[in-house]
Design a protein around this ligand. Structure first.
Ligand SMILES: [Zn+2]
Length: 232
């Protein structure tokens, strides 16, 4: 996975950073054809593009997440919500001590959402000098989802666009799923999507660009609320 190593600039050029992006991913199954790093890759690329547009710095990703729902698939690694929040809180504290005012957490994994949002609001409401904006860029492409929950056509299309590869799979849907049942209790392939699918890089490009726009817009709005100046 090229890229996703964090900002390439040396420290003298990062001094005075007030707005920083943090990509949040996972290491979990993404159906029978895609790699386990999908969420990390997408979060990274969205964060890198958005940070570049706004002249902000970007951190390396947190490549493990709250993935217990996928634990029945090989090599999936999952953190508990409390460990996840502890890790995040130490990242927040480190950045706060450097004078960072806004941390934009670009999250690529649905299972992280509840833990991230609870953790961020607890932090923000305790009156810190650094504020955390938790973002779920998939929000921007809801209308393209077609009943997709995990590792279906849209997610595969974004990865196909980013990696120049092509993927296909067979999904299954069933209700209720999370948080009552784990993925494998429903879909043997790991894809939670109504039926067979094939990736489409053009659809992936459209979705990726919409996710970047959304992220840039939300970050801009937060910067404005906090009275921070943006370069881009
Ligand atoms: Zn995913």
């Amino acid at each position: 996975m090229p890229g996703c190593m964090g900002d390439a600039r040396p420290w003298p050029l990062l001094e005075g950073s007030r707005i920083v992006f943090l990509p949040l991913g996972s290491w979990e199954q993404h159906g029978e054809s895609m790699p386990l790093y999908v969420d990390t890759l997408i979060a990274c690329r969205v964060a890198e593009e958005a940070a570049g547009r706004l002249g902000a710095a970007v951190l390396p990703p947190l490549a493990y997440g709250v993935s217990g729902e996928h634990r029945d698939f090989p090599l999936t690694v999952w953190l508990s919500p409390s460990t996840y929040c502890s890790l995040l809180t130490e990242i927040f504290s480190s950045l706060e001590s450097h004078g960072v005012k806004l941390l934009v957490a670009v999250n690529g994994h649905g299972g992280n959402r509840a833990a991230l949002e609870a953790c961020a609001s607890h932090w923000n409401y305790s009156g810190r000098a650094l504020r955390v904006l938790p973002l779920w860029p998939w929000e921007a492409v809801r209308d393209l989802m077609e009943g997709e929950v995990h590792a279906g056509r849209l997610e595969a299309s974004v990865v196909a666009y980013l990696e120049g590869a092509s993927y296909r799979g067979e999904g299954r849907t069933c209700e209720p799923l999370y948080p009552l049942r784990r993925t494998r209790e429903c879909s043997g392939s790991g894809s939670v999507y109504p039926g067979a699918w094939e990736s489409d890089p053009d659809l992936g490009e459209r979705a990726f660009k919409a996710m970047v726009e959304y992220t840039v817009g939300e970050a801009r709005r937060a910067a404005e609320v906090l009275g921070l100046r943006l370069d881009g």
